[in-house]
Ligand binder design. Sequence first.
Ligand SMILES: [Zn+2]
Length: 239
Amino acid sequence: MLRARNLGEADRIYTLFTASRGKLDAVGKGSRRPKSQVGGRLQILSESTLLLHRGRSLDVIAQVSLVRSHWLGLVEPERFAAASLFAEIVDAFCEPDLAMPEVYALLTGAAAALAASDDPAGLVPRFQLRLLDALGLAPPAESCVRCGGALGTAPAWLDVDAGGLACERCGGARGESNRLAPEDVVNFRGVGAARGGRIPALTFATPRTARAIDELITYHLGKRPKSRALVGSGLAAGR
Ligand SMILES: [Zn+2]
């Protein structure tokens, strides 16, 4: 489950991310009543098997069998903030009724990692870069996004207008604030590595790499995710 909003007196509309159909909205009738099974089982990033009935405009949730809930782990505030961010950006990037198995696997793996993490904010950059990769939006990590020249072990500049990293000749004019030192460029490659796999708990971004990935997410979304501000502490502390 990615998101829920109230409908009428006792119902909720849930935005679900499914393995078979991608993102979809469905109504939980009476799900705000205290004893509702639907309301009790559909929590953020929980995994369930659902029985849906076709409604006039939206599907109606008839039955929920919980497969995996990370609720006890994710209820901790730092983890909850990161979980909210993951759900928000998957919701924002994914179109309704389009199955995205790679994103589904990434999100379920990330939920499990978050629920057990001592450093939830540290998992954010990797999740974001892997999500961009799964969506086909991740920039090349080895070459300049403008001229295609190899970045090698040189510094690079974040070029948000081109959605990637640029070499000094193409991006040097973007100034010190967009400069990634050679170790950041190497780190950027490491954070985005192991494509298709799950999130290893210990691949952390440097502060500059983390900021660059945030900027790329904002560039592709056209706005900064609302939940981003709630997660910030791990980045501010540096790593
Ligand atoms: Zn270049």
